[in-house]
Design a binder for this molecule. Structure first.
Ligand code: PEP
Ligand code: MN
Length: 346
């Protein structure tokens, strides 16, 4: 349920509504936008009549939120969520470009890649240190050693780091290093992990599950938001279809559909959604034209020798060319590429 306050409602009137929501056994989520103050009353609301809040001073309108996800819905939060990620904003006019290798493989590899992607115009660095591999015999990641290399790469470039967390067991160790937790496709419905991340204040990149609907993705975001963590980005990374000529099928529709139903920023992963380096730039351009708030792209200095996802990884030069094209499309869309200030310290 959402309680929309009158434009001239006083802070005391807002406080009275909040107290009344709490006394009904519901949780309160305050959304103070430019246009309106909306107070979310979240919980088992179906037995509670709207009149209970309609009669309070300063209340303009009480409505039920019709979607199963509440805090993630545009109905509850009509304006785009725009938030800061260590140096740039996401969800507003800036288009974020997160880039880096699938896996952190060595100190040299991540530092070389970080410098290259920063010089090409990336706004954040990605790199996996715990890898969700189909085979238990495949490279599983460097763990904390990899995080130390990522932290060093951040120091040299100023790029915030985006790292996948696979289990809440890793949380205490990882939270010290990571600027954005990536929740991978395979963990999109790991509800214990979502709840644990919801209790942190670290920004999140939540990837769509391999066969998850858009509504299921939004329900997973709801787990994180309801824990109090508001900095959630959604990521379309391709879905399973009958098509076998690409690794997955980019659901380009998901971008406008998500932008319609939610205020959360939407990021496109053209690497996992195609699986081939030579398709990545085309799909990246399409994503920004479709209204995505950013991209996450795999880049490797030597893709042929990459320990994971080499086939879909761009060489730094190809990435730089892609960033230029994406920047032009962003301009047509009235946006610009996000930049982070720090110079590279080699
Ligand atoms: C990744 O980003 O390297 C990854 C494993 O992605 P996904 O969870 O989308 O498969
Ligand atoms: Mn990968």
């Amino acid at each position: 349920m959402m309680i929309i306050m009158k434009a001239n409602a006083t802070p005391q009137e807002v406080d009275t509504v909040i107290a009344s929501i709490k006394s009904a056994g519901l949780n309160v989520h305050l959304s103070q936008g430019v246009e309106a103050t909306i107070i979310g009353a979240i919980g088992e609301t179906h037995n509670i009549p709207l009149e209970r809040f309609e009669s309070l001073e300063g209340v303009d309108l009480v409505q039920r939120i019709t979607q199963p996800y509440k805090l993630a819905s545009r109905q509850f939060h009509p304006e785009n969520s725009v938030f800061n990620i260590d140096g740039f904003t996401v969800g507003g006019d800036e288009v974020a470009v997160i880039a880096g290798p699938c896996s952190v493989e060595s100190r040299n590899q991540i530092i070389e890649t970080a410098i290259a992607v920063k010089e090409a115009g990336a706004s954040a660095l990605r790199g996996g240190v715990f890898k969700p591999r189909t085979s238990p015999y495949a490279f599983q990641g460097l763990g904390e050693e990899g995080l130390e290399y990522l932290a060093e790469a951040r120091e040299k470039t100023g790029l915030p780091i985006v790292v996948e967390i696979m289990s809440q067991v890793q949380l205490d160790m990882m939270v010290k290093y990571v600027d954005v937790f990536q929740i991978g496709a395979r963990n999109m419905q790991n509800f214990n992990l979502l709840r644990a991340i919801g209790e942190t204040q670290t920004a999140v990149l939540l990837k769509r599950g391999l066969s998850a609907t858009i509504e299921e993705l939004l329900m997973s975001a709801e787990y994180i938001l309801s824990g109090g963590n508001q900095r959630v980005m959604l990521c379309e990374r391709g879905i399973r279809t009958f098509e076998t000529s690409t690794r997955n099928t980019t659901d380009i529709n998901a971008i406008p559909v998500l932008k319609h139903h939610t205020h959360l920023p939407v990021i496109l992963d053209p690497s996992h959604s195609t699986g081939f380096a030579n398709y990545v730039a085309a799909v990246a351009r399409a994503g920004i034209a479709a209204g995505a708030d950013g991209l996450i792209v795999e880049v490797h200095p030597d893709p042929a020798c990459a320990v994971s996802d080499g086939k879909q990884s761009l060489k730094p030069e190809a990435f730089a060319a892609m960033v230029k094209q994406v920047g032009q499309i962003a301009q047509i869309m009235g946006r610009s590429l996000a930049t982070v200030g720090t110079q590279v310290h080699r």
